[in-house]
Design a protein around this ligand. Sequence first.
Ligand SMILES: O=C[C@H](O)[C@H](O)[C@H](O)COP(=O)(O)O
Length: 266
Amino acid sequence: MGREITDRMIFVPTGEQSKQLIIEAGLPLGSIDALPPIKVIETKMGGVTALHVATGLQDLGLEGLRESLDIAFDGADEIDEDLNCIKGGGACLYQEKLVATSAKKFVCVADYRKLQPRLLTAWKTIPIEIEKNAAPKVKRELITLGSTGPKIRQGGGAKAGPVVTDNGFWIMDAPFPPLLLKSDLKGHDKGDGEHGTWEVHNLGRRLKRIVGVFEVGLFHGRNGFQVAAAGEEGGGQKPVAAYFGMEDGEVEVRTAKEVHGVKSMP
Ligand SMILES: O=C[C@H](O)[C@H](O)[C@H](O)COP(=O)(O)O
């Protein structure tokens, strides 16, 4: 893509690292809270004509709507056969989820080691962003839900004490047994933790309900195709496609099988 095209695009980062990459490449930098308005309205106030774009105070008055991103690209720590993802290995999960769900299409790019039949196969923990005062309570609840030995991520040699995210929160890495897909569910096991097993979507929703949890590093539920088919704006947490760099240098592409419209899912 030449400069004549990229200069007319806006690049929105998912964290500090990608922000620096965009700046260093000289690409137009945008921000997720400043996407262009869908329409510009002209109004008169006190005889003065003003262009009311869907920004700032107009948005607080819920009068404006912003454009969705056309496409979001990101990596993942693990991806299963249904394109559910674990993200947050680099502690950036919230902004990544914000960008993915603001994009009509989220495309995942990863190497072959990230592709596993089920989540929590090679990557053993779910990164969960938490408010630090809630850490003991969140840990207790995670253990109740079946997590064995959830731990607050430490900065190691780079920082004394816990890793602090871009949002000022901590990361709790929670191990769980490998997560089931909906197609795995049979008999009495609903994948709701009762039999020691969780289905991805069930666990993602359950973790998000814990008070003190800011965001969960499971990307599950709908993809962008399903959001569009439901007549909604924006995107889903799951990628519409994943590109895997294989060991032999080839690229394997997996595209989302679910394209039907589904409402009221994350
Ligand atoms: O917080 C970090 C993100 O979820 C990354 O996308 C993920 O950890 C994969 O990173 P990488 O492609 O560098 O292995």
